[in-house]
Design a protein around this ligand. Structure first.
Ligand code: ATP
Ligand code: MG
Length: 137
């Protein structure tokens, strides 16, 4: 079984979309192996998104990601990484396919409601960033 890290970003938590989005993941057949709600500091957001540190949107993105609580989850299932990205849709909600989470709920290319790991190495790192082995079951 593959695992991926999912985050409901501050715009999703603020608009009371946690239950809706978690329900969507469950109805898609994912098992939730771990879940918590937390508020990232700016430094923690910068560490999480370190791979984007040279991108022009880095400061804005990390300010946004530390602007309010998020919900982080480990989703488990066959092909979880790619399937989660298919369900999320394109980074830019305006370009996301019908029926995807970002199409339905995303506000703009930054406030796009959810994050999902993009490949196995990233998923392992991102899961370890938020969860210890004991917290995953
Ligand atoms: P994520 O990593 O959050 O799952 P992604 O893999 O689809 O999204 P990335 O290219 O990794 O997209 O960008 C990470 C995040 O940075 C995006 O989800 C979005 O919040 C923000 N972002 C990406 N591109 C832009 C942009 N052009 N302007 C502002 N913010 C952006
Ligand atoms: Mg990404």
């Amino acid at each position: 079984m593959e695992r991926t890290l999912s985050i409901i970003k501050p715009d999703g938590v603020q608009r009371n979309l946690v239950g809706t989005i978690v329900g969507r993941f469950e109805s898609e057949g994912f098992r939730i192996a771990g879940m918590k709600r937390l508020w990232l500091s700016k430094k923690e957001a910068e560490a999480f998104y370190a791979m984007h540190k040279d991108r022009p949107f880095f400061d804005s993105l990390t300010s946004y990601m530390s602007s309010g609580p998020v919900v982080v989850m480990v989703l488990e299932g066959p092909n979880a990484i790619q399937r989660n990205r298919d369900i999320m849709g394109d980074t830019n909600p305006a370009q996301a396919a019908e029926g995807t989470i970002r199409k339905e709920y995303g506000l703009d290319v930054e406030k796009n409601t959810v994050h999902g790991s993009d490949k196995p190495e990233t998923a392992a790192k991102e899961i370890a960033f938020f969860f210890s082995e004991l917290e995953l079951m």
